[in-house]
Write a protein that binds this ligand. Structure first.
Ligand code: PLP
Length: 407
């Protein structure tokens, strides 16, 4: 069976060039980069080179790049490392659509007595920057707002957000795990203080990431140990993976144009064809300000998970925005924050492409999905009610779930 992988926001294929670059560091070049002898020194050279490669992709100085184990660690380190540095400040600002790596960290802090403001988004998934201005205070230690949303691909105006935070002298961190490698980033042009990225979203392996910390930004290590990473992250560097991340940033630079032309065109063709051939379908999020590879679609009156399973049976890998987390049939916090109607949020599917996708992949989905949707609607009591003009059940209108939404 043909495999069509359209779940690149979940993880990407490690590029063969990246694997090749990593291999010597599992065998011949196994030294510890902190060792004083030549054997460690030659490895340290490659870590330095990887740091330069990562810095080049984002317009940073190499010494501003700290290697971590993943995007989640980078996010945690940015938040905790800032709070450790400003012990007198007890307020942080995030958005309501952050990844759990930021959102759950903030919720844990809230439980420990911090004040957390979660900025809401409108129907298109966009923030109100006046609201951001209004909530900042002398007690605010950090603003942490993502660059691109993982579910919808919606881009936040991080340059403006950085400027607003900077005017007030408040550090600004952005979770750029989904945007780095897909759209350009130049930290020379914007006052972002910290930025998280993750290897496995840009064709490096899982288990490596980086945190950019602008020179002069107050930061105390989150992972405490030895003096590695200039005292900003303890632990012997994961050299093969760091070398892989370095090579992947080069791969990203080489393919950035293709991502924004060929990959974007594939995404647009897929979206257009599905909107045309399947009634009661909508795009979630601001279509004008979106990652080039991401498409979040809602198919009304059916369950996203059922769609995913039937797509999977046909060899197509996508994602659903309505994961039955902890047994509750709740649509994702992102779609709920956007106010996507329950009739649509339950049937949401995310397609996320990469440079490895082809025209044939898209043709396969365009041919396969419409009959799947029809089949599920044929057995959906909610679709039947809709077609017959009957009122919706409370399950689909949201019923009693309001109290689950974080304020
Ligand atoms: N932030 C965003 C926006 C993400 O999409 C992800 C992964 O899905 C993460 C953070 C976490 O990254 P990692 O899987 O490397 O921990």
């Amino acid at each position: 069976m043909r495999t069509v992988y359209l779940d690149n926001n979940a993880t990407t294929r490690t590029a063969p060039e990246v694997v090749e670059a990593m291999l010597p560091f599992f065998s011949d070049l196994y030294g510890n980069p902190s060792s004083m002898h030549f054997f460690g020194g030659q490895v340290a050279h490659y870590v330095k080179q990887a740091r330069e490669q990562v810095a080049a992709l984002i317009g940073a100085h190499p010494e501003e790049v700290v290697f971590t184990s993943c995007g989640t660690e980078s996010d945690n380190a940015a938040i905790m490392g800032t709070l450790y540095s400003y012990p007198e400040k007890k307020h942080i600002v995030i958005s309501r659509v952050e990844h759990p790596a930021v959102q759950n960290t903030a919720h844990q802090l809230q439980a420990r007595g911090y004040k957390v403001t979660e900025l809401g988004v409108n129907r298109e998934g966009q923030l109100d920057l006046d609201e951001l201005r209004a909530v900042l205070s002398d007690d605010t230690a950090l603003v942490s707002i993502m660059s691109a949303n993982n579910e919808t691909g919606v881009l936040f105006p991080i340059d403006e957000i950085a400027a607003i935070a900077s005017e007030r002298g408040i550090p600004f961190h952005t979770d750029a795990v989904q945007s780095i490698g897909k759209i350009p980033m130049d930290l020379r042009k914007t006052p972002i203080d910290m930025l998280s990225l993750s290897g496995h979203k840009l064709h490096a392996p899982k288990g490596v990431g980086a945190l950019y910390i602008r020179k002069g930004t107050r930061f105390a290590p989150f992972v405490v140990g030895g003096h590695q990473e200039a005292g900003r992250r303890g632990g012997t560097e994961n050299v093969p993976y760091i070398v892989g991340l370095g090579r992947a940033t080069q791969f990203a630079m080489d393919h950035l144009k293709e991502e924004n032309t060929r990959v974007k065109a594939l995404r647009d063709r897929l979206e257009k064809a599905l909107l045309k051939s399947i009634p009661n379908t909508m795009v979630n999020g601001d279509v004008k300000n979106r990652l080039p590879n991401t498409c979040s679609l809602s198919f009304e009156y059916i369950e996203g998970e059922s769609i995913l399973m039937l797509l999977s049976d046909a060899g197509i890998c996508a994602s659903s925005g309505s994961a039955c987390t902890s047994g509750s049939l709740q649509p994702s916090h992102v779609l709920r924050a956007m106010g996507v109607p329950f009739t649509a949020a339950h049937g949401s599917i995310r397609f996320s492409l990469s440079v490895y996708n082809t025209d044939e992949d898209i043709d396969h989905v365009i041919a396969t999905l419409p009959p799947i949707i029809q089949r599920l609607r044929d057995i959906s009591p909610f679709w039947k009610d809709y077609v017959e003009g009957k009122p919706m059940s409370s399950f689909l209108t949201g019923g009693d779930v309001e109290h689950h939404v974080h304020g």
